[in-house]
Design a protein around this ligand. Structure first.
Ligand code: ATP
Length: 555
């Protein structure tokens, strides 16, 4: 089991609760004030029950005054805690999104993207619930405390008896909580695995329909197994809490009986005994609220652990993400003695690239070719600044690209990666939006997508597309962005022969003529002669290759 982390994210020096300490203190004080008014009201009722009635008007005034104070205190506490809770949730969501966006790509790849969503939705929701319910639980706890103080004022011996019972009840809950946390932790691990299976339901929909075996594996082997494990862990944890809760409830009624017996034993007045019974019965609701909060708190601690873990994984942001300086490529981009190795994962040998040298000259059309797994995409990630070289240097026009300048450097590139994501909106550019939209519309026509899609206010509206058409649409986005360096990772792989030919013989030369520098990963050796240079990747090493002779009669 992983360690249950501290509440640093909420209570640490820069914790979210600390930042709202004033509002939360005011909410807490208002709640405590309301509790004091409640206890005073109880005391008045007790007096009214056991002593001859005083002037009615005075009594009514006291009741109304205390009732109003209670109402105002509770309403203030509730409204303030609700607003502050919602603000904290918003800040937590933004903080996590910013951290993920600012994290180095390899940190995100190591974390595994399927683990992000359960944290960002389920765990953040659970932590949000904790923030929202915490202040009102504090109010309930202060009602209990107020009642105990009043009882101590009535009879310290009986109050000690009550305190003893409360301590026993809390110890029981603590016992249940410690054991339940282990189950909640195990259930949360299963939630991650289950989420991965949910993704398979959508991503593998076609394969699953074509294979009963795969369906069985997914449903029985993964979904049912994890769902069973989660249900078992939650039931066991729920049983533990229910057991301790019911034991506390039984103890409570035993306490009321004990109070009666002790009052008789110590010959206490009926006002004292009545006050005790009244207070005990009244504070039962608040006590239940506090005890009922504990199971929720236990689950929220586990969720908070995951949120903390995510925050910690991405706690080292890349510097310089908000540089306004527009990047320029005047002569060349150079990789000098660059080396990059992936961390070895269970049982698999790690892949290491380099040390290698490469110079990409402005305006050139460079092909990178090589076998599957040779390291072409890894090289592209180093060249585009997505990965930081572990050794060696990346130079822009002879000047090293340092950490602070890497994000600005990355703005030189418009990529179409092999595992590209299709955004709904066209990217923001330095150019006016109308110019960008016109470039996108022209690209739609060139790529024969204009009958499927139109550009509307920077968005691309239209029907669903085939795999090859989606790749073309990714190119439309790159053309609309039109950065100095355009990068295509096996773009032509999904295109029909005629379009593939147009890509190599028409589009690439046209983009080069417009002044773009082009890096193309390709397996299409029949078009290598289009390139100014062809480099071969082999086992993480790079070598120059002469362009292959071309048979222009082939498509
Ligand atoms: N995030 C990662 N973590 C660990 N290993 C990785 C990671 N990404 C790639 N690799 C490994 O690095 C090696 C090179 O991968 P890369 O994607 O660069 O190859 P490639 O030449 O582009 O292959 P292909 O032509 O099949 O796309 C492979 O052995 C791959 O398993």
């Amino acid at each position: 089991m992983r360690d249950i982390p501290s509440l640093a994210l909420l209570l640490g020096p820069a914790g979210l609760l600390r930042r709202h300490a004033l509002a939360l203190t005011v909410a807490g004080l208002a709640g405590v004030g309301a509790s004091a008014a409640t206890v005073a009201l109880l005391a008045r009722i007790n007096v009214a029950l056991h002593r001859p009635a005083g002037p009615l008007g005075e009594m009514a005034l006291a009741f109304v005054g205390l009732g109003l104070a209670m109402l105002a205190g509770r309403a203030t506490a509730s409204a303030l805690s609700n607003r502050t809770g919602q603000t904290i949730i918003r800040e937590l969501r933004l903080m996590l999104a910013q951290r993920i966006l600012a994290a180095p790509l390899d940190a995100l790849e190591r974390y595994r993207t399927h683990r992000l969503l359960p944290v960002l939705t389920g765990d953040v929701g659970m932590v949000s619930g904790l923030c929202l319910s915490l202040p009102m639980t504090v109010v309930a706890a202060s009602v209990v405390l107020g009642c105990v103080l009043w009882l101590a004022w009535l009879s310290w011996q009986l109050a000690l008896l009550v305190l003893g019972a409360l301590a026993l009840s809390l110890a029981l809950q603590r016992w249940a909580q410690d054991r339940a946390m282990l189950r909640f932790e195990a259930a949360r691990d299963d939630e991650d695995a289950l989420h991965k299976a949910w993704r398979t339901l959508g991503d593998g929909a076609k394969e699953l329909r074509l294979s009963r075996g795969r369906r069985r594996q997914l449903l029985d082997g993964r979904i049912a197994r994890h769902a069973d494990d989660i249900a078992r862990a939650q039931v066991e944890a729920g049983d533990l809490f229910a057991l301790s809760f019911e034991a506390s409830a039984a103890l409570y009624f035993l306490l009321v009986a004990l109070v009666f017996a002790a009052a008789r034993w110590w010959q206490l007045s009926s006002e004292v005994a009545g006050g005790f019974v009244l207070a005990l019965l009244y504070m039962k609701g608040s006590l239940d609220q506090v005890l009922g909060f504990l199971p929720f708190y236990a689950r929220a601690r586990v969720a908070l652990g995951r949120v903390n873990e995510l925050g910690a994984c991405f706690a080292n942001p890349e510097p310089g993400q908000v540089s306004d300086e527009p990047p320029q490529l005047l002569h060349s981009i150079t990789l000098q003695g660059v080396r990059y190795a992936f961390e070895a994962s269970e049982g698999a040998a790690s892949f290491a690239l380099g040390p290698l040298d490469l110079q990409l000259r402005r305006g050139e059309l460079l092909f990178i070719v090589g076998d599957n797994g040779a390291g072409k995409t890894t090289l592209l990630k180093l060249l585009t600044g997505l990965y930081r070289p572990q050794q060696g240097r990346l130079l822009l026009d002879g000047r090293p690209v340092e950490d602070a300048g890497r994000d600005a450097y990355r703005q030189l590139f418009s990529p179409v990666l092999s595992d590209f994501h299709l955004f709904e909106e066209l990217p923001e550019t330095e150019r006016p939006a109308a110019e960008r939209d016109a470039a996108a519309q022209a690209a739609l026509e060139r790529l024969e997508l204009a009958h499927k899609l139109t550009v509307q206010d920077g968005r691309l509206a239209g029907t669903d597309l085939s795999t090859g058409q989606r790749k073309r649409l990714a190119m439309v986005h790159a053309c609309a962005e039109a950065r100095p360096v355009m990068v295509f990772d096996e773009w032509a792989a999904d295109q029909d022969p005629a379009f593939r030919k147009r890509f190599y013989r028409e589009f690439l030369p046209a983009l080069r003529a417009q002044g773009h520098t082009l890096v193309v990963i390709s397996h299409d050796d029949r078009y290598f002669e289009v390139a100014d240079r062809v480099l071969v990747m082999e086992g993480g090493q790079l070598r120059e290759a002469p362009a292959a002779p071309t048979d222009v009669s082939r498509p």
